[in-house]
Every structure is written in structure tokens, then in C-alpha cells.
Design a protein around this ligand. Structure first.
Ligand code: THU
Length: 161
């Protein structure tokens, strides 16, 4: 028996203005795409923007439904749209921003477990990590360089071989 440890590095930018220009542009797209969220039930609006290897930016926002589980998170709307429109083009980064009608979201919004699972499969299919940039409505941005950092022990296609 032996003990193992999982650790990873992530970056904290005190504000989005500290981001390098391409990532600032991506976060800007995520913030803008929040405006078109359909979130009448939660009042929690999320925007996501995916940067592809070909330079395209593909956006998404959460789309809720009166039958709650039928709605979809912003991150999956964005990555599924990128897979549909640009199949096989690697994803380099995803930026996420969230704001709520109920409270000021000043801490970085982390992708939910289902979105981590969905993004992980895109990362597995390509060469190179998908950086994840997370932000609330205001405040710091957290950045990790690979989705795998956020989903240790991920379930994946190797179990199905
Ligand atoms: N939501 C996202 O869009 N992304 C996440 O990672 C977490 C949650 C949405 C789903 C739902 O519309 C609302 O936020 C409240 O859970």
C-alpha cells in the first residue's frame, strides 16, 4: 500500500485586466454572451467562450427549461456548438463568467461536474490541454491549463474498450 497525492498549479489574476490580450478578448466574449442566457428560473446567468486552434471564438450561455433538467449549461452549449461547427478543430481554452440576480458573484464560477465531464472528452480527443478561465461578474480570474486538473479520476472511453 502506498499513498499518492494529486496537486496542480493554477493562476490567479486579481482582475481580468491582467489577462494577456487573447485571453482578455475571450473573457470579454464570455461576459457578452451572458446577456443572451435564458435563465428565468435561477436568475443565474452564465456565459462561456471557447477559443479554437483556428482562431475562432464560439460562445454559449445557459439555456434553462421549465422542465429543469432539460436545460443546459453555458459551457456545454459552447463546446457542443464548437464540435458541431468545427469538428476536429482543437479547443485551446474556455472562458466562463457568471452573474446572479440574487447576489453579487465576485468569486470565479467553476464549471459543474457534468460540464467538466463533457469538456474532458474533447480534451482527450485532441493534442494539448484545454485551459479553463473562470470568473464571476467581478473580481479575480482563476486559470488552469488543463481540464484534467479539474477532474481527477475521470471516467472516459478507455473503460468502454
Ligand atoms: N450553470 C451553468 O451554465 N454552468 C455551470 O457550470 C453551472 C451552472 C447554469 C445552469 C443553470 O441554468 C444555472 O446556471 C443555475 O444552476
Amino acid at each position: 500500500m502506498h499513498k499518492k497525492r494529486i496537486a496542480f498549479d493554477y493562476w490567479v489574476y486579481e482582475s481580468m485586466e491582467q489577462l494577456p490580450p487573447p485571453e482578455l478578448q475571450l473573457m470579454d466574449a464570455a461576459i457578452k454572451s451572458r446577456q443572451n442566457a435564458y435563465a428565468p428560473y435561477s436568475g443565474f446567468r452564465v456565459g462561456a467562450a471557447v477559443l479554437l486552434d483556428n482562431g475562432e471564438i464560439v460562445i454559449g450561455n445557459n439555456q434553462e427549461n421549465a422542465s429543469y433538467p432539460s436545460g443546459l449549461c453555458a459551457e456545454r452549449v459552447a463546446v457542443f456548438q464548437s464540435g458541431a461547427r468545427f469538428p476536429g478543430v482543437p479547443i485551446r481554452a474556455i472562458a466562463i463568467s457568471a452573474a446572479s440576480e440574487r447576489q453579487k458573484v465576485d468569486k470565479p464560477a467553476a464549471p459543474c461536474g457534468n460540464c467538466r465531464q463533457a469538456i474532458a472528452e474533447y480534451e482527450l480527443r485532441q493534442e494539448g490541454g484545454i485551459a479553463v478561465l473562470m470568473m464571476g461578474e467581478t473580481g479575480a480570474v482563476h486559470k488552469c491549463t488543463s481540464l484534467a486538473d479539474l477532474l481527477p479520476f475521470a471516467f472516459g472511453p478507455s473503460y468502454l474498450e
